[in-house]
Design a protein around this ligand. Structure first.
Ligand code: NI
Length: 227
């Protein structure tokens, strides 16, 4: 499932994030790449423990905690501490790859199985040319370029790439979620059910049918979750 979550960052938090990272010390992005993705990765990243990354990360983690749609779409068990990347100049693209399946963060020392990949856009689409996140999966090829402050969730099993940025700079935060629900199909089903229950509840309140359906949601979550 591909899911766009709009307005995760308010304009004020987005501006603060940009202020923190824009003039920080960006380094070669190959440091977090696996052996295959290293061959095609040509961007820059903020060192994971740098002051700028830690301060901007705290803002993002706080915003994610307030997003019901992010929670419902990813059902996070563990979230990798958000990282930051930058595409511009000669470091402007990331060829086709699949994200490493298990990662460890130097910030937390914890292992995270990557079920869901996340890109949170920090530059407006008109600030750069190119830079689309292209995701290939059984649902076809999707080209994603979102307003600053929006994020996209997609299965970490997808082959994806970032097209060359030919003008301006593309700043983004990226990270992974180990979900309570390992299967993308099961997670999607729960997400659809959750949205439908919310709609029904708005229409008819907590009718007996809505209560039973809510019970089904939780009982499926109980049956499938791994926490
Ligand atoms: Ni990737």
């Amino acid at each position: 499932m591909l899911l766009r979550v709009p307005d995760v960052l308010s304009p004020e938090v987005l501006a603060r994030c940009r202020e923190l990272i824009e003039h920080a010390d960006w380094q070669d992005g190959k440091v977090t790449a696996g052996t295959q993705s290293e061959q095609v990765k040509n961007n820059r990243q903020l060192p994971e423990n740098s002051e700028a990354a830690c301060a901007a990360r705290a803002l993002i983690v706080d915003a994610l905690g307030k997003s019901a749609l992010f929670f419902s779409g990813s059902l996070p068990k563990k979230t990798f501490p958000p990282l930051f990347n930058r595409y511009d100049g000669d470091s402007n693209s990331f060829g086709s790859h699949v994200d490493n399946s298990v990662r460890t963060s130097i910030t937390t020392g914890a292992w995270v199985r990557t079920d869901v990949s996340v890109t949170l856009f920090l530059s407006e689409p008109d600030e750069y040319d190119g830079g689309e996140l292209v995701i290939e999966d059984t649902f076809g090829v999707q080209r994603v370029k979102l307003p600053a402050g929006d994020l996209i969730l997609y299965p970490s099993s997808s082959i994806h790439r970032v097209e060359p940025v030919t003008r301006g700079s593309r700043l983004a935060s990226f990270f992974w979620v180990e979900s309570m629900i390992r299967s993308d199909d099961q997670r999607r089903l729960l997400f659809d059910m959750d949205l439908s229950i919310q709609t029904l509840r708005r229409q008819e309140g907590d009718s007996p049918a809505v209560v039973r359906l809510t019970g089904c949601y939780h009982n499926l979550l109980r049956m499938w979750s791994d926490v």
